[in-house]
Design a protein. Sequence first.
Length: 481
Amino acid sequence: MYDVVVIGAGVIGCAIARRLSAYKVRVAVLEAGADVAMGASRANSAIVHAGYDCEPGTAMARVNVAGNAMFDEWCRELSVPLKRIGSLVLAFDEADMAQVRKLYDNGMKNGVPGLEILTREQTLEKQPGLADSVVGALWAPTGAITCPYEMTIACAENAHDNGVEFYFDFSAEKITTLRDAVEVENDKNCIFRSRYVVNAAGVHADEISRLMGDDSFTIKGRKGEYVLLDRAASAFVQRVVFQAPGPLGKGVLVSPTVDGNAFVGPTAVDDSGKEDTSVSQSGIDALRAAGAKSMPGVPFGRPITSFAGIRAVPSTGDFILGRSQVNPRLIQAAGISSPGLSSAPAIAQETVEALRQAGLQLIPRGDYDPIRKKEKPFREMSMQEREAAIAKDARYGRIICRCETVTEAEIVRAIERTLGAPTLDGVKRRTRAGMGRCQGGFCAPRVMELIAKHGGVPMEKITKNGGCSRLIVGRTRQEEK
Ligand SMILES: Cc1cc2nc3c(=O)[nH]c(=O)nc-3n(C[C@H](O)[C@H](O)[C@H](O)COP(=O)(O)OP(=O)(O)OC[C@H]3O[C@@H](n4cnc5c(N)ncnc54)[C@H](O)[C@@H]3O)c2cc1C
């Protein structure tokens, strides 16, 4: 019997689990995928939005502005990178300037600090290399960049260290509400019984809600495609550079990443379905054109990879938070489209409060430790630090991923730290092995050998990212049996 079962291990479910782990409650997180951050939380723009584009008075506006302010503390405690580089919304004509003024007014109403409307010259001082057609911009100094999957992994690891249980490859298919509890069941008749359910199932949150009798909203997918650029491109862009928004959201942006790359994206393909993360040539072409409209000097023709994420767009037009009106044992964290990453710390705080108001007794744990210990990556170490690390553990001397300078020691630690069965992408997200120019062309087989040796997964069963994504089908040489 659990006090709380959280369905979904994206950034929202994991942030809620982390927040709950400060109290004496028994919590399980159930995740359909093989790892945390398998949905929108692994493929988004990684921006901690300032909060000027949400309609004033909405839940979105409230948790975005509050969440942004909480990010410094969360990132410090969890050793997650955060760079407060500020964001610009470019205007190319008078109609765009009207949009910029509207965003400014929204931001003032939402309580966003430090907003300014800039002239062309002031905009160029913040970000050189903008197109000649830029006439001005909105400047938001609290806009920041982070790493969304590292935030998710960090929340999960810290929650786990503080007693939260995680179960992977568990897809909630049937939910029965009893008089004093809820039973959550998968298709293998495995049942978790809990006093409360938190619905953090991303694009599938409407289905979970319906299983518990609440059909007050639906969710549609809105795909966003990206092109990730070579490190050389990051020399051209120092800020998050948006364009004035369109009807489908914040529009295409150009931004550096916290790891030293740059990207352009996302597109907005409405009603794209909930699972299709393919990237189209037309999407890539549209991104290049949109990127060049803002910053013509950026080498958009030097991509490393492309990817797509799916926004969970709710029929309500706003995040759905708090206790369900229909089922008192259901606490919603649903319809978390953008800016869900920015809002995650505040959504976690509000969800825990909703559980308290629903009757969950929350007694603080004396031994709660909010700090996630993370070792410095080898690529960031000084020569002296590297020598000391190799002297302590010779596996630091073996570089597995040459593009990103990732050592065997770091990969083995990541495999050992993974809460579910390790996968190739899971190692990539934890260490950056395979994230460089060759995209794992050289290191993938070596990482697989390490997963087999240290993660207890037979070579033939190792997957790229869970499910059916097996990487090899069998052995070709008999003597290796
Ligand atoms: C293109 C794009 C760009 C974005 N850019 C930004 C940005 O720059 N800044 C920002 O703040 N936000 C951004 N967002 C929004 C942000 O990514 C999301 O709001 C956030 O990741 C949502 O997290 P989540 O945990 O709700 O959902 P997810 O990360 O999708 O996690 C939901 C999880 O639930 C699991 N699940 C589903 N059904 C079941 C089931 N039946 N049983 C068990 N598990 C289940 C899924 O496997 C998944 O792992 C963007 C989103 C997209 C798609």
